[in-house]
Design a protein around this ligand. Structure first.
Ligand code: SAJ
Length: 406
C-alpha cells in the first residue's frame, strides 16, 4: 500500500532509502538541514559518490514522488536517519536523534509510524525516542507506533544491498514491528526479521563489533609477524585455507563512521564486561602510530626534511570518496607534522578542501625515497613495484594493505 513517508536526514542511508521508496510509488518528503544536499537532489543528482545513486535520484525526482525540504511535513510514516557520532568520552552523541524526534512532533497524528534507522546504543528507541514522541500527547505504542530498523549496507554497494540484504525490524511492541515491516516489505527483497527494538539495536552494534574485533586480530598478527620478519599476508592466506577460518585483512587502522564507532556503543553499556571489544578498538586505533613508526624507523638516520614520501590514498577505504575517520589521513598529517616532504595521490576524494593537492601517478614516484600505500584503491593494483625498485633501488615501499606481491 502506498504511503506518504517523511525521511529526516538525507545522508549515506537516508537519501538512497528515500529514492528507492519514491521509485516504489510512495510519496516521499526528504528533509535535511544541508543546503547542498537539498540543491543537489532538486537538480536530480547525488551529493555523494555512490554507484547508480544519481540515476535513482533523477528517476525519483522526475516521478514527482520525491521532494526535498528543510522542514518535515505530515506523513503516514517518519524515518529518522541522522548521524550518531561519539563524544570525547566515546559515548554516543544522541543530540541529532533527539532534535529529529522533536522536529516531527508538530506533524504527528494518530495512526502514524516513527522508525529510527540511525545506529544507537541499545534502549534508545524504547527510551529516549519514545519519550520525545510521547510529548505529542499521543499514546506511544498504540496511537503511534515506534520501531528501530538498522541499515546494513556497504558504501559502494548501497543500492544493491538496501534491496537484497535481510533486514531486522524491531518494534517497541509487536504492533509497531508489524507496521514497520509494511514499509520495508515494499522494497526489501531479503528476509525481514521481526524482534523488539532493543534487540534490533544490539544486533546492529554486534555486526560491526564482530568486524572490528576480527580486523584487530589481523592487525595484531601484522605486528607480531613484522617482529618475526615473516609476511603476515602469506600467514593469513595460508591460515584461511582452513575451511572454518576467515581472518580479515591488516590495514593502517579502521576508519569510517560505523565500524570505528559502533563498538563503543556496546562498551558504554558496561565497560567492565567488554574488555575484548575495548582492546580491539585500541589495537585498531594504534595502527596509524604503528605505521608511522615503521616509516620513522626506516629514516631514523635522516632529517625528515631530506625525505620525500609518496602517499597513495587518503580515504578510509578502497574506491570511496569518504575521508571520515580515515587512518590514511591521520598518518599523512602525522608525517607532514614531522617535517617529511609528502606528496599525495588520491583518485576518488576531493582533497583540495583539506588543503592538499593530488599528484598524478605518472610523476609522484620521481625522487621519492618512500612509497606508502595506505588505501587499496583498485587503480593501485596495476602499479609495478618491481620497475619502481629498478629505477630507485633504495626506495622504501610500504604496502599497508597487502595488495602488491612481495
Ligand atoms: N578494514 C580493514 N581490514 C578489513 C576490513 C576493513 O582494515 O579486513 C578497514 C577499512 O579499510 C575501513 C574500515 O576497516 O577503514 C571499515 O571498513 P568496512 O568496509 O569494514 O566497513 P564500513 O565502515 O564501510 O562499514 C559499512 C557500514 N555501513 C555504512 O557505512 C552505510 C556498516 O554499517 C556496514 O555493516 C558495513 O559497511 C558492511 O560491511 O556492510
Amino acid at each position: 500500500m502506498k504511503k506518504s513517508i517523511c525521511i529526516i536526514g538525507l545522508g549515506y542511508i537516508g537519501l538512497p532509502t528515500a529514492s528507492i521508496l519514491a521509485t516504489k510509488g510512495h510519496q516521499i518528503i526528504g528533509v535535511d538541514v544541508n543546503d547542498n544536499i537539498i540543491n543537489c537532489v532538486k537538480e536530480g543528482h547525488s551529493p555523494v559518490c555512490e554507484p547508480d545513486l544519481d540515476l535513482l535520484i533523477k528517476a525519483a525526482v522526475n516521478s514527482g514522488n520525491l521532494t526535498v525540504h528543510k522542514t518535515p511535513s505530515p506523513a503516514d510514516a517518519f524515518i529518522i536517519c541522522v548521524p550518531t557520532p561519539f563524544l570525547d568520552n566515546k559515548e554516543a552523541d544522541l543530540s541529532f536523534v533527539e532534535k529529529a524526534g522533536e522536529s516531527i512532533l508538530p506533524y504527528l497524528k494518530k495512526g502514524d509510524l516513527v522508525i529510527l534507522e540511525s545506529t544507537v546504543p541499545p534502549g534508545t528507541t524504547a527510551g529516549l525516542l519514545a519519550k520525545v514522541i510521547a510529548k505529542s500527547g499521543l499514546k506511544v505504542g498504540e496511537d503511534i507506533h515506534v520501531a528501530f530498523c538498522p541499515e546494513r549496507v556497504l558504501p559502494g554497494r548501497i543500492l544493491i544491498e538496501l534491496v537484497s540484504n535481510d533486514r531486522v525490524v524491531g518494534g517497541i511492541n509487536p504492533a509497531s514491528a508489524e507496521k514497520a515491516r509494511e514499509i520495508y516489505s515494499s522494497f526489501v527483497e531479503g528476509n525481514i526479521f521481526l524482534t523488539d527494538a532493543t534487540t534490533a539495536e544490539m544486533s546492529k552494534l554486534v555486526e560491526n563489533s564482530y568486524r572490528d574485533v576480527n580486523i584487530a586480530f589481523a592487525n595484531e598478527l601484522r605486528k607480531i609477524c613484522d617482529f618475526m620478519g615473516i609476511d603476515v599476508w602469506e600467514v593469513i592466506s595460508l591460515a584461511n585455507r582452513h575451511p572454518r577460518v576467515n581472518i580479515l585483512n591488516p590495514g593502517p587502522g579502521v576508519g569510517g563512521h560505523c565500524i570505528a564507532v559502533d563498538p563503543w556503543f556496546i562498551v558504554q553499556i558496561n565497560p567492565a564486561l567488554t574488555p575484548l571489544i575495548t582492546a580491539a578498538r585500541n589495537v585498531n586505533d594504534s595502527m596509524p602510530d604503528y605505521i608511522t613508526g615503521l616509516i620513522n624507523n626506516r629514516f631514523k638516520q635522516e632529517k625528515p626534511g631530506d625525505v620525500t614520501i609518496a602517499i597513495l590514498g587518503l580515504t578510509y577505504k578502497a574506491d570511496v570518496d569518504d575521508l571520515r575517520e580515515s587512518p590514511a589521513l591521520n598518518i599523512t598529517r602525522k608525517l607532514i607534522a614531522q617535517g617529511y616532504n609528502v606528496k599525495i595521490n588520491e583518485p576518488h576524494a576531493r582533497i583540495e578542501k583539506m588543503g592538499f593537492s593530488s599528484t598524478p601517478l605518472e610523476t609522484i614516484f620521481n625522487k621519492a625515497q618512500a612509497v606508502i600505500l595506505l588505501v587499496n584503491h583498485s587503480i593501485y593494483k596495476t602499479i609495478n613495484t618491481e620497475s619502481l625498485l629498478k629505477q630507485n633501488p633504495n626506495c622504501f615501499i610500504l604496502d599497508t594493505r597487502g595488495i602488491w606481491k612481495k
